[in-house]
Write a protein that binds this ligand. Structure first.
Ligand SMILES: Nc1ncnc2c1ncn2[C@@H]1O[C@H](COP(=O)(O)OP(=O)(O)O)[C@@H](O)[C@H]1O
Ligand SMILES: [Mg+2]
Length: 489
């Protein structure tokens, strides 16, 4: 484990330690005081009781003073008591020790004379503590005060013993505290370090999942959601990289598309500019070629613009009810001359009644036009059939031709912009490879799907379906063949 100086680990560990040691020390002093007062209580009770026994014995037996004195003397020795008898004037009548005087306080004496037994704790100049009981006693000679005094050094040494034990226990507890604090802190901070390492990796762009922590707490949840985040981030990162590739591919495709017509334009204008072409027929031919290239560039530009609008979501879709057959009929009539020019028959097959649908009429027209144009382009002396019908909740439209068809492999790429199966032929047809991408995008804008069936040499069938109501229906969208880029080089 890596431990940094000002780390979370040390802060937590020291915090832990301070709390545990403080609790330990507090507990030690508390225990000492509890035990002290416990021992004092026992001792106080003993001295109270024993002095009561003495006083009662003296009162009951009504012995002579000398007899009482020897009675007290025999008790004082084994109990380590010093005993006085004091008369009502405060004069010491009897003392078990030869040292003169008593250290009974005036207040205590007064209380005892008034009939109340009392206990006092005193400390002498050598800091030795004493317990003293003063209680009234009625003997043959009248009322006296029986005072019993005992040093509590014995108690103190007992307390010191306990203190020593407590201290040793405390040291053990302290050591245990350090170990426990270390263990728990480690347990808490290890996972945090794992998380920190994980985020550091994200910081340098490594989207690696971390081990899922089994801490059974929020950190575990955190590690799980962290990994979810990592998965998302790495997906976004991958998508971003793919987008970057798409973008650069798009730019190179586009430059490629622009370069060829521009080169042609340059050559022809150069020839015309210098007046090198004298022949009128040749001049007309050059100008015609210039016009063709210009038209091609214009088409390319408007197709690109439309694709860009769709992709940026800026294309306005004006949903309105219209008759799709009417639009299809219009397209067919419009493209008839072009089809005838190629020796093609262009038919509209009636496939039952078709209701009005909800959609964007202009977009619909463009979809059909692009498909019909392609069919004409890739069919010579054949038949092109446009069909429209209803399947379930969808309008289906298909454009079938008996043209050149295409290979299985090409079918997955044709929806990709700039893709052309045969580039040489595309040049000759002045195509951009954007027509079908636009078809697919427009159909998808209508919550529909597109498809193709084709066989080389036999012809192709392009079809699409869109919901009659213009609303998305479940499953209406087919699998997205994707925006894979297919190299056109
Ligand atoms: N009806 C068709 N028959 C055979 N090939 C087709 C047909 N329609 C499209 N294609 C192929 O798909 C490619 C892409 O079509 P499209 O996106 O319309 O681009 P463009 O028509 O500008 O070449 C065409 O270049 C062609 O190779
Ligand atoms: Mg086309």
């Amino acid at each position: 484990m890596r431990i940094r100086k000002r780390s979370f680990f040390w802060q937590l560990f020291l915090g832990f330690l301070v709390v545990m040691l403080a609790a330990n020390v507090g507990l030690y002093f508390y225990m000492v005081s509890v035990i002290k007062s416990y021992v004092y209580n026992i001792e106080s009770r003993n001295i109270m009781r024993e002095s009561l026994v003495m006083a009662t014995d003296m009162a009951n037996n009504q012995r002579t003073l000398a007899e009482d004195e020897s009675f007290l003397k025999t008790l004082a020795q084994p109990l380590d008591y010093r005993i006085w008898l004091i008369n009502s004037n405060g004069a010491v009548v009897f003392d078990t020790r030869p040292i003169a005087g008593s250290n009974i306080s005036r207040a205590s004496l007064r209380q005892a004379l008034a009939g109340a037994a009392n206990l006092t704790v005193t400390t002498n100049s050598r800091l030795e503590s004493f317990l003293t009981v003063a209680r009234p006693v009625t003997v043959r000679g009248g009322s006296l005060v029986l005072a019993v005094n005992t040093p509590i050094s014995g108690i103190n040494s007992a307390v010191r013993d306990v203190e020593k034990q407590l201290f040793l226990g405390g040291v053990l507890v302290a050591i245990a505290s350090v170990l426990v604090a270390f263990y728990f802190t480690r347990k808490l901070t290890m996972p945090i370090n794992t998380l920190i390492r994980g985020t550091e990796q994200v910081g340098v762009g490594n989207y690696e999942e971390i081990e899922v922590l089994n801490t059974n707490n929020e950190l575990q949840e955190f590690s799980v959601s962290f990994n979810n985040m990592i998965r998302r981030l790495s997906r976004i990162d991958e998508e971003q990289k793919k987008l970057d590739i798409l973008k650069s591919n798009f730019l190179s495709d586009l430059s490629h598309e622009l370069r060829t017509p521009l080169t042609t334009l340059e050559a022809f204008t150069e020839a015309l500019k210098d007046g090198m072409v004298e022949d009128e027929a040749k001049k007309r031919q050059y100008v015609g070629a210039l016009y063709e290239e210009t038209m091609h560039l214009k088409r390319l530009t408007s197709d690109l613009l439309q694709l860009a609008r769709i992709e940026s979501g800026h294309l306005v879709v004006e949903m309105a009810a219209f008759d799709p057959l009417e639009v299809i009929r219009g397209v067919v009539n419009n493209r008839l001359p072009a089809a005838r020019a190629k020796g093609d028959r262009l038919l509209l097959a009636a496939g039952g009644p078709v209701p009005r649908i909800l959609g964007d009429r202009d977009h619909f027209r463009q979809i059909v036009t692009n498909l019909v144009n392609n069919a004409i382009q890739f069919t010579s002396g054949g038949t092109i059939t446009v069909r429209a019908g209803v399947e379930g909740e969808d309008l289906t439209v298909s454009v079938t031709d008996t043209g050149i068809g295409m290979e299985e492999e090409a079918m997955s790429y044709i929806w990709t912009r700039f893709f052309k199966v045969d580039k040489a032929r595309a040049r000759q047809h002045q195509e951009s490879g954007l027509g079908l991408s636009i078809v697919k995008k427009l159909v998808e804008l209508h919550h529909g799907c597109v498809g193709v069936e084709s066989k080389p040499g036999a012809g192709s069938r392009f079809y699409f379906r869109i919901p009659l109501t213009g609303a998305a229906t479940a499953g209406a969208l087919g699998p997205d063949p994707g925006d894979q880029t297919a190299g056109t080089d």
